[in-house]
Structures are given as structure tokens and as C-alpha cells.
Ligand binder design. Structure first.
Ligand code: G3I
Length: 317
């Protein structure tokens, strides 16, 4: 019995993993990734982002994204599209142009409708808008917000709905795992989109967490978001520690994974959980947070850690 099989016994749609194209030549890695009893869903870590899919204006490249979409289909796994509109990993033509509102609106609409349209019918969900907020709950200043205000979110969601009416449309962010200003801001955004008739189906709860620091209000927070009439998903779960790893840290990490998965299980409209790659071998953490790592449920030798048992314990309770 793998994690996805267990998640389904809890009424969830999937337990999944992020992956990335360069990793797919690692046959020991793919042997675990490809097992749909273990992982029922894949998210491309990079290859559907704007810099990868539209490196020059109007010129689209889908080879990397297609490889992961094809793999998910071959494995009988769901796909989460990631992502359409984000301040990071933008091609320079987006960040260096001095846009007016009309021009940027057209660029967003072309990008979203072409990318989402290319994969029409395949993804379960799309992270249409990624990381729109600062940690204090104000909107992040970036090329989109600075040119269009909040309307860029509506423009992107409408284009995504038109391009693939069956995909669940999500806004995804980090540091909205527990209650607080950023989660409140996300809830207020959902309410204002709903009031305006803009399509919004879900909120992605990234969950890049720190060992010993899982918010105690996670379940309460997920309940508050789903009470608005949208679903939620744990979209990018990893729980990092300050290295070196110790038995005590690994044990706390096990508890922390169990806590997060249990929160999703307890919330009916938390539809699934995704780890931001399953192994420390390919985690993004060490290159971003110096001195930190070992955030995933499998170690860098592809051996299961206590964290894996914590996930199983949550999925079996
Ligand atoms: O593609 C270039 C390659 O040409 C170059 O040789 C190499 C040298 O550094 O860099 C490659 O780009 C890297 C890219 O990943 C692809 O591997 C970037 O430097 C690196 O910064 C980038 O990191 C990604 C990060 O997003 C960028 O913000 C991580 O892999 C990816 O896991 C991470 O994922 C994000 C989610 O999309 C959103 N939420 C947070 C999460 C973690 O940061």
C-alpha cells in the first residue's frame, strides 16, 4: 500500500509529488515516482512556468511540460498545472518591457489561453495565479500588480476558464498554512472574486514548513477557507530543518508531517496533498536556504525517513 492508495481510502483525490525534467533520467528515482499506488498526481516543478513555455513573446515551447504531462498520463496519475502568472521565473521580455495596461492584459491573456489551452482536458487543476501576496497580506509589487492592480488576477482566471472549462482554477501561495494576515488576505480575495463572478475553484496551500514550526491553526484555517465555497489542496509540502540532521529532528519531522496530513484529512474539501519532490536528492531547499535541508520524506539515497511513517500514520488514522 502506497501513500496515494492510502489517501484514497480517506476520500482524498490523490497523494502526489512534484518532479522536474532533469530528474527523469534517474531510473531509481522514477521507479518510485511512476508507481501510482505511491503517487497519484504529479506537478512539474519548473517546466510549465512562463520562462519555460513562452521564452519569447508569442513563441511557445511545451516539450518539458509535455514530458511530465505524458508521464502522468502513462502512469495513470493526475496532473496539477503549475503555474500561469507568477512574479518569478519570468522571461526578460516580460520583466523588462515598460507595459501599459492594454499591452500587458493582452500578453497575460495570450500566455494563459495558449498554455492552458495546450493542455486542455488533462490537468485536474491549474495554479493560475501564484504567490500574489506579501507576508503582511498586501499585494506583492510586481510587473502584473504594478501595471494592472488586482485586475490581473481576474484577467488570468477568466482566460484560464475559457481555455479549459474543466480544470479547477487555483490561486496558490505560501505562509497561508495557519491563520493570520496572509490567509485573511487570501480569503478576502476569494470573496471579492466570487462577488464579481470571477471563476475561482481552489486555494493552494504550499506548505514549505520548518521542523517544529507547523502552525497549530492549520486545520482551523483550512476549514475557514473551504467555508467560502472553494476547495483547498496542500500543493508543495516539505518540512526543512537546520542541518545536520539528528534523530530528534527526524522524529519531530515525522510528527510534523503527520500533523499536516492529518489537517488535510480532517477537512472534507481538502482534496489532496503534494510533496515538493519526494526525495532530499532533488529538493530545492539547500540551494535556497543555506545550512538547511532534509525536508522530504525520502532521503537522498531514496530511502524512506521517519517522515514517511508520519504520513502513513496520518493516512491510516
Ligand atoms: O534552467 C536553469 C539552467 O539553465 C541553469 O544552468 C541553472 C543554473 O543555476 O539554473 C536553471 O534554473 C533553475 C531552475 O530552478 C530550473 O532548475 C533556477 O536557477 C532555480 O532558481 C530554479 O528553482 C526553482 C524555484 O522554484 C525558482 O523560484 C525550483 O527548482 C522550484 O522547485 C521552485 O518551486 C517553487 C514553486 O514554483 C512556487 N513555490 C515555491 C517553490 C520553491 O521555491
Amino acid at each position: 500500500n502506497g501513500l496515494n492508495a492510502l489517501a484514497k481510502t480517506q476520500g482524498k483525490l490523490y497523494f502526489g509529488s512534484a518532479t522536474d525534467n532533469p530528474e527523469l533520467t534517474d531510473t531509481a528515482y522514477t521507479a518510485i515516482l511512476d508507481n501510482n499506488m505511491m503517487f497519484g498526481q504529479l506537478t512539474p516543478g519548473n517546466s510549465m512556468k512562463w520562462d519555460a513555455t513562452e521564452p519569447e513573446p508569442g513563441t511557445f515551447t511545451f516539450s518539458g511540460g509535455d514530458q511530465i504531462a505524458d508521464l502522468a498520463q502513462a502512469n495513470g496519475q493526475l496532473l496539477r498545472g503549475h503555474n500561469c502568472v507568477w512574479y518569478s521565473q519570468l522571461p526578460s521580455w516580460v520583466t523588462s518591457t515598460t507595459w501599459n495596461a492594454t499591452g500587458l492584459t493582452a500578453a497575460i491573456e495570450r500566455h494563459v489561453s495558449t498554455v492552458v489551452g495546450h493542455y486542455k482536458g488533462i490537468p485536474y487543476a491549474w495554479d493560475v495565479v501564484n504567490e500574489p501576496f506579501n507576508d503582511d497580506g498586501t499585494f506583492r509589487s510586481d510587473v502584473f500588480y504594478d501595471t494592472l492592480g488586482e485586475s490581473y488576477i481576474t484577467i488570468a482566471l477568466n482566460a484560464a476558464r475559457a481555455a479549459d472549462p474543466n480544470a479547477k482554477l487555483y490561486i496558490n501561495d505560501y505562509n497561508i498554512e495557519g491563520t493570520g494576515a496572509k490567509s485573511t488576505a487570501m480569503q478576502n480575495l476569494v470573496k471579492s472574486l466570487q462577488a464579481a463572478g470571477t471563476p475561482i475553484d481552489g486555494v493552494g496551500i504550499e506548505s514549505h514548513l520548518i521542523v517544529g514550526e507547523v502552525p497549530t491553526t492549520m486545520q482551523e484555517n483550512l476549514e475557514a477557507i473551504t467555508a467560502l465555497g472553494v476547495e483547498v489542496a496542500i500543493t508543495e509540502l516539505d518540512i526543512r530543518m537546520t542541518l545536520p540532521e539528528t534523530a530528534a529532528l527526524l522524529d519531530q519531522q515525522k510528527t510534523d508531517y503527520q500533523t499536516v496530513i492529518s489537517a488535510c484529512i480532517a477537512v472534507e474539501k481538502c482534496v489532496g496533498m503534494t510533496v515538493w519532490d519526494y526525495t532530499d536528492k532533488y529538493s530545492w531547499v539547500p540551494s535556497t536556504f543555506s545550512g538547511q535541508g532534509d525536508a522530504c520524506p525520502w532521503d537522498e539515497n531514496l530511502v524512506r525517513k521517519p517522515a514517511y511513517d508520519g504520513i502513513v500514520a496520518a493516512l491510516q488514522s
